[in-house]
Design a protein around this ligand. Structure first.
Ligand code: DGT
Ligand code: CA
Ligand code: CA
Ligand code: ZN
Length: 586
């Protein structure tokens, strides 16, 4: 997608949020209009900067006045309305909207009644009881807010952001700086490269001989809201999304050593440094080098510095993937040659959780989605629209049957990708599923997910998920906990029981690649890997471009130390189909 489209989509999303706060109503017409326009721009295959206001207004989902705002941005580089709203609602208020139970109405009330405009203000007012005195704030609501604030870690000064917020920021920065004159290499490092779920700050590393222009280009980025500090080797900023980014420029000859150092973790680095010392070397962000006498002014001779591979090799280790670098057994496993063979994006042959516009929340047609999957080189694809029990977006049996007929035809017409007809079932409170068992048995592939009753206790949740795992037609459990990173904790499960049932029945656990979910959590994947559980990596695409997020699912699997062999959609189609038959025969 054109870069301008990306920027415009982001601004439209911001307009939607700010309008929601401004009007005090998430369903306000204007809020919906901005949201629709954002979706339309994300799906557009033309560059908005090449379109007139009239062209834009003809796009489904974009009205006349929003078309004019987009054009205003393209022509003038800013949108007056947006600037006005930003002025009226500082970023702290937007943070408040993330607290479960706080909608635009209550955010407005908090501001008007108590002058609260950010999370710290809310935390203080919860503590001294001012919140409880507000109209409509029952004991339970207050307790929920307190719980949410502590769960989200929102009270700490150094606020962390969910990876789903940090990733797109980092990827945009890499994309924009890559082409700056003099940039020889660029990567993100730190907790983001290790693929932690929550990110303190984003660390970006640039290899260049000319730091000046790179620093200037960085400070001029559209994403940058303010500068925290700028020095010889490190420049820190805060972006419009509230993410802190540290840029470090290093000489190209040191790029590998710097990448090792700034990827961390600190604990992993300490272990590496010990190995260096044992060999009479030092390890810094510049190089693995020979130690010199204390009073020697010269630097020691470089042992390894240009690539990470060389550094690990010199330390007597195989390359250790960034996702594993936590000093949590990975160094010992590497020494013994027992690191798993981690998956790569290219290993994926199929995608197994995908929605078309038949689901109310899906955007693209069956034909478009299949064409996009084939264009990405996938060998098989499961279409899994929402089953009938899902409010608003569920699909009736007869519509499912019609879709299946069309899907079979399409598979024949194309001949370049195998299509599985599936559904995403809703696991009921007591483990019941949609439709009836006879109809369920006619699907090629079934994902069952929890979409309701998220607040129940661990015993109830475990029982319903285990019941779905044991259903003979269910082939995978979708987004296991239902968590939304940074927003919603997800259901509590007895992981041992869930994994035992999955191993026994062969039912796969999905690794949902949406950066907002990354579900199952890495700890669950790691435990499942140890027990021989089957996994699948799926994008849960609701639109064509969501297929590209497969790489986040792969990174999540790597973080869970999953061997590629345990991931069923890396298998050839014949083996994959034989496995489904086996699961359903048990
Ligand atoms: P974060 O930002 O809190 O999510 O976590 P990191 O791991 O990205 O930490 P950050 O940004 O403070 O530093 C990036 C990396 O730089 C860190 O993973 C390891 C390295 N590093 C920073 N400070 C030290 C240090 O004092 N000693 C060592 N050995 N490494 C450090
Ligand atoms: Ca960091
Ligand atoms: Ca940092
Ligand atoms: Zn889904």
């Amino acid at each position: 997608m054109a870069r301008t489209n990306d920027e415009v989509a982001r601004l439209l999303a911001e307009l939607a949020t700010l309008t929601e706060i401004d009007e005090g109503d998430p369903n306000a017409f204007r809020v919906r209009a901005y949201q629709n326009a954002e979706r339309a721009v994300r799906g557009l295959d033309r560059d908005v900067s090449q379109m007139t206001t009239t062209d834009l207004a003809k796009v489904r989902g974009i009205g006349k006045s929003i078309a004019a705002r987009i054009r205003e941005y393209v022509d003038e580089g800013s949108i007056g309305k947006l600037e006005e709203l930003r002025g009226r609602h500082p970023s702290g208020k937007r943070e408040l909207m993330k607290v479960p139970g706080l909608g635009p109405k209550s955010v407005r009330l908090l501001h008007e009644e108590l002058g609260i405009t950010d999370l710290e203000g809310l935390a203080a007012a919860l503590e001294d009881g001012r919140i409880a005195q507000l109209p409509g704030m029952g004991e339970k609501t207050v307790a929920n807010m307190e719980k949410a604030i502590s769960q989200l870690g929102l009270t700490s000064k150094d606020e962390r952001v969910p990876i789903g917020t940090a990733l797109p920021v980092a990827e945009r920065i890499l994309e924009e700086l890559r082409d700056v004159d003099g940039v020889e290499d660029i990567a993100y490092a730190g907790s983001l490269r290790r693929f932690r779920e929550d990110i303190g700050d984003v660390d970006v590393l640039v290899a260049t001989r000319r730091p000046g222009p790179v620093r200037e280009a960085f400070l001029a980025l559209d994403d940058v809201e303010r500068t925290i500090g700028s020095g010889e080797t490190k420049t820190s900023v805060v972006t419009r999304d509230g993410v802190q980014v540290d840029l470090r420029v290093v000489p190209p000859a040191s790029f590998g050593a710097a990448l090792v150092y700034f990827t961390g973790s600190k604990a992993h680095n300490i272990r590496l440094r010990q190995r260096a010392i044992e060999r009479g070397w030092t390890l810094s962000e510049y190089a693995l080098a020979e130690q010199t006498e204390e009073d020697d002014e010269e630097d020691g001779a470089v042992v390894a510095a240009a690539t990470e591979d060389e550094v690990y090799e010199a330390l007597g280790l195989p390359f250790i993937a960034a996702e594993l670098r936590e000093d949590d057994g990975e160094i010992e496993a590497a020494e013994r040659g027992e690191l798993p063979t981690l998956p790569e994006v290219a290993d994926l042959r199929g995608d197994l959780h995908d929605h078309t516009d038949l689901s109310g929340d899906g955007r693209d047609s069956l034909e478009d989605l299949v064409a996009a999957a084939a264009a990405r080189g996938l060998e098989y694809l499961a279409i899994t629209d929402h089953a009938e029990d899902l409010r608003m977006n569920g699909v009736s049996r007869s519509d499912m049957e019609a879709q299946r007929a069309r899907l079979r035809e399409l598979e024949q017409e194309r001949g370049d990708i195998a299509l599985l007809h599936g559904a995403e079932l809703n696991i009921g409170l007591h483990g019941g599923l949609d439709y009836d068992d006879d109809f369920l048995a006619t699907f090629d592939w079934l994902v069952a997910s929890v979409h309701s009753h998220m607040g129940r206790g661990v015993a109830e949740q475990t029982a319903r998920v285990v019941a779905a795992i044991r259903h003979p037609s269910v082939t995978a459990i979708g987004h296991l906990t239902g968590r939304m990173l940074g927003r919603r904790a997800g259901i509590e499960l007895d992981v041992d029981q869930v994994l035992d049932a999955a191993v026994e029945t062969g039912t796969a656990i999905e690794i949902n690649a949406s950066p907002a979910r990354l579900d199952a959590p890495a700890s669950v994947i790691r435990e499942g890997a140890r027990r021989g559980c089957r996994f699948v990596i799926s994008t849960d695409a609701h639109a064509v471009q969501d297929l590209d997020r497969a790489r986040f699912g792969v990174a999540q699997a790597r973080r869970g130390r999953l061997d590629v062999e345990a991931i069923a959609n890396t298998w050839e189609l014949s083996r994959f189909r034989a496995w489904i038959d086996e699961v359903r025969g048990r």
